[in-house]
Ligand binder design. Structure first.
Ligand code: COA
Ligand code: MG
Length: 307
């Protein structure tokens, strides 16, 4: 597991922006944005009649646009549809060298992810691709939540688990009016699902990401949902509209003050160790090796962002 984890590229996923693959205009707009991760969608944002033509538009966008530092991903249709295998074949044959990640929706089991893994392996050999294409998986069915530990361990190619609360609400029978809203439930309606998914992800050295919030004119609730996800250990949240990108990238970036404090605390702990002490006072509170493990997460995140 340790070795597999080391093979995984480390990518920023503070925000994953969803862009309909049928829209050349929105794809151009997305390429020009300063966002960590974009996924060009062939699934729910694209009407059935547009799914086949959208593949060629996505290939053109991947090959023709300047994506800068943004990670380029395509969300394919799920493996129970007539589209999934051709989605992968057309996009990877057409633009494999300019594609970083395939996103698989509605995975139910480890076998669903392994199907995509094996297909990508065959294509990488045939096409002599210079890099390995990663897989991000959406956990958005009750079956997937029950199998999330097995899905998380399904293949070293897997990089990230995403909690998709829209389809998940339908799957569990949860009654919410807007995707990602609380439906008036007291407290955090997604506490259990986010926790369980994040534990499975972290145990396999994967990223955990929070899914969409449909009411893009309500930044306050978006921020609240993003903060809940961040505190639990998730590394980012989806945006479905450009106005949500900066909000997510702020929430999932540690503040310069917190980074400076974390580095200072690590120095204080090292000084304590040099004196033979395992626990000392810092800022009037006890710190020990567990405190250091907590702040090390923050320092590593800051390094990845380049802070
Ligand atoms: N990616 C890139 N650009 C986007 C965008 C997105 N996800 N959503 C909106 N834009 C663009 C619009 O094209 C518009 O561009 P313009 O100013 O040049 O005309 C601008 O941002 C402002 O958009 P706005 O007018 O506020 O909204 P809209 O009616 O054009 O689009 C949605 C609203 C919801 C239809 C659109 O945001 C969307 O399709 N989002 C993604 C949906 C999706 O991917 N769903 C599946 C995952 S849950
Ligand atoms: Mg979905």
């Amino acid at each position: 597991m340790q070795r597999d984890a080391q093979q995984r590229p480390r990518r920023l996923r503070r925000c994953q922006l969803s862009v309909p693959g049928s829209s050349e205009k929105m794809m151009s707009k997305a390429a020009a944005m300063d966002v960590d991760f974009v996924f060009l969608d062939l699934e729910d944002a694209v009407a059935p009649a547009e799914k086949r033509p959208a593949r060629a538009r996505i290939v053109d966008a991947l090959n023709g646009l300047d994506w800068g530092r943004t990670t380029r991903c395509v969300r394919v249709n799920d493996v129970t549809t007539e589209y999934a295998y051709e989605d992968i074949i057309e996009v990877v044959e057409g633009a494999g060298a300019n594609l970083d990640v395939i996103m698989l929706p509605k995975a139910m089991s480890a076998a669903d992810v392994q199907f995509v893994d094996k297909l990508l392996t065959m294509m990488e050999i045939k096409l002599k691709l210079p890099h390995r294409i990663g897989i991000d998986v959406l956990i958005e069915e009750v079956e997937a939540m029950m199998n999330v530990e097995a899905i998380a361990a399904s293949t070293p190619r897997l990089e990230c688990l995403i909690f998709g609360m829209g389809d998940y609400s339908a799957s569990q029978g949860v009654s919410v009016r807007d995707i990602g809203g609380s439906g008036g439930y007291p407290g955090d309606i997604w506490h259990y699902q986010r926790h369980r998914l994040t534990i499975a992800a972290r145990a396999n050295r994967l990223d955990a990401v929070d899914g969409p919030f449909a009411d893009f004119r309500d930044p306050d609730v978006y921020l609240q949902e993003a903060r809940r996800a961040m505190i639990l250990g998730m590394v980012g949240k989806w945006a479905i509209h450009p106005s949500q990108v900066e909000l997510a990238q702020q929430v999932f970036s540690p503040s310069p003050d917190d980074v400076a404090r974390a580095r200072d605390m690590m120095r204080a702990y090292d000084a304590a160790l040099a004196q033979g002490l395992g626990a000392v006072q810092y800022d009037g509170k006890m710190i020990d090796i567990a405190s250091i493990r907590i702040v090390r997460n923050l320092v590593e995140r800051a390094a990845l962002i380049g802070m």
